[in-house]
Ligand binder design. Structure first.
Ligand SMILES: *Cc1c(COP(=O)(O)O)cnc(C)c1O
Length: 422
């Protein structure tokens, strides 16, 4: 669940005390573990190797989960490809040293400029989500006199049994192409002169803990792949998306990568197509935490509030999905003046939805540090400047060294792009 371990002087990430991170870089602050990121990537490698698929697979990190350049660069060095959803993410990956020919481009609405930028960069594949996008892409590729490599993102109509906001594989979702309509669309794509049909793609949702829906989706995808091959449209790769869940609660273990992937990969073993995966959360989520300081303790008649210096603008998941994150004190000992209590852990933002944890049993004092766990994915990536709050610093711990990988924003930067009326 966490990259942090207990020590006499409080919680550590690798060889660094979190109190030392706070002393040097202030709070709120995202703290990542290089070792945990590396181990998460290795788990995918091992799961693929266990099925004899190491040589014919590509793990494309879903950049939207956490797009810090240092993290992208680390994954690039480990051999990862990237799954992007915007021209901005394309620019980030290239700036971080990622290889264009290992990039897949997903997303339900890609602008013409984004299509052009990706064609010019020479990405591995466009995951096309509509008939219109096929035509747009064909047109842009014609103007550049190239052929665009494409997959269709099919929607297999399976229930991923996750939060409705992060479930994407149902018929009612805006994502993908109805799998029953995909065969005809593949025929149209194959006839377009500036497209090269390369593969198929499927991503049914996020924070999936049960592999059965993903396995069911793969079964449906494989039927279509075989039907396409028989019709003279052989595919080179099958992209099974991302979505593997992670452990957020201490008492709710999540499956190991190998176990989650086993039934999915078993269906793909022995086939000739290359396999692409697009994990995001499971590569970064439990490699990061959000470090925050208690500013004010406030006891009411019904509830006790611990107001911390991190808020929904720093970590939006609780407000957005009612998500649960474990919260622990960084400091080791409890002093005699404190008593155990149940706390609402809230930020200073002017919204009642601005909470980070409900009803947490903690012994708290003002000024002390808290660690909010499992914050490496969809944490900083979703952060905003709401309430004109500078976004937090990000720090990468590597053994007994800490590296500032994004400095804290300065308030004046937050309105530097704005102008007064004449
Ligand atoms: C978000 C997303 C992913 C990554 O999902 P995780 O749950 O973070 O693994 C992969 N592919 C697509 C198309 C996505 O939109």
């Amino acid at each position: 669940m966490t990259p942090a371990t207990s020590h006499p002087d409080g919680l550590h990430v690798e060889g660094i005390a979190l109190s030392a991170v706070a002393a040097r870089f202030g709070t709120p602050c995202y703290v990542y573990s290089r070792a945990a990121l590396t181990a998460a990537f290795a788990a995918y490698r091992d799961a693929l190797a266990a099925q004899g698929m190491a040589g014919r697979s590509l793990v494309c990190y879903a950049v939207k989960a956490n797009s810090n350049l240092a993290i992208l660069n680390l994954f690039a060095r480990l051999g990862a490809g990237f799954d992007i959803v915007s021209g901005g993410e394309l620019a980030r990956v290239l700036a971080a040293g990622g290889r264009a020919d290992k990039i897949v481009f997903s997303g339900v609405g890609k602008a013409r400029e984004e299509l052009r930028a990706a064609l010019q960069a020479g990405i591995h594949c466009f995951n096309v989500e509509s008939a219109s996008e096929l035509l747009h892409l064909n047109e842009e590729a014609r103007k550049l006199d190239v052929r665009a490599p494409i997959s269709l993102r099919v929607n297999p109509d399976v229930d991923a049994k996750t939060h409705p906001y992060i479930s994407t594989g149902l018929k009612s979702a805006k994502f993908g192409i109805d799998i029953n309509a995909a065969f005809d669309l593949y025929r149209q794509a194959a006839a377009l002169p500036h497209l090269a049909v390369k593969g198929i793609d499927c991503h049914i949702g996020s924070q999936l803990l049960d592999p059965a829906p993903a396995a069911e989706a793969v079964d449906k995808v494989l039927q279509l792949v075989d039907r396409l091959a028989a019709a003279g449209i052989p595919l080179e790769h099958i992209d099974i998306g991302g979505g593997m869940g992670i452990q957020y609660r201490a008492d709710e273990p999540a499956p190991a990568v190998t176990d989650y992937l086993a039934p999915v990969l078993a269906r793909l073993a022995g086939r000739r197509e290359r396999i692409i995966l697009e994990p995001g959360r499971s590569l970064v989520g439990n490699a990061g935490l959000l470090l925050t300081r208690v500013m004010v303790l406030k006891s009411g008649e019904e509830k006790n509030f611990a107001v911390v210096d991190a808020a929904m603008n720093d970590l939006m998941r609780p407000a957005l999905y009612d998500a649960y994150h474990e919260i622990k004190k960084v400091g080791a000992g409890d002093t005699a003046t404190q008593s155990v209590n149940r706390w609402e852990i809230v930020g200073p933002v002017c919204e009642s939805g601005d909470f980070l944890g409900h009803d947490r049993e903690l012994v708290l004092a003002e000024g002390e540090l808290l660690a909010i766990f499992s914050a490496g994915a969809y944490g900083m990536a979703m952060a905003s400047n709401y309430n004109t709050r500078p976004r937090a610093a990000e720090v990468m711990v590597d053994g007994d060294t800490m590296h500032l990988i994004r400095r804290r924003e300065d308030v004046t930067e937050l309105f530097a792009l704005e102008s007064l009326l004449p």
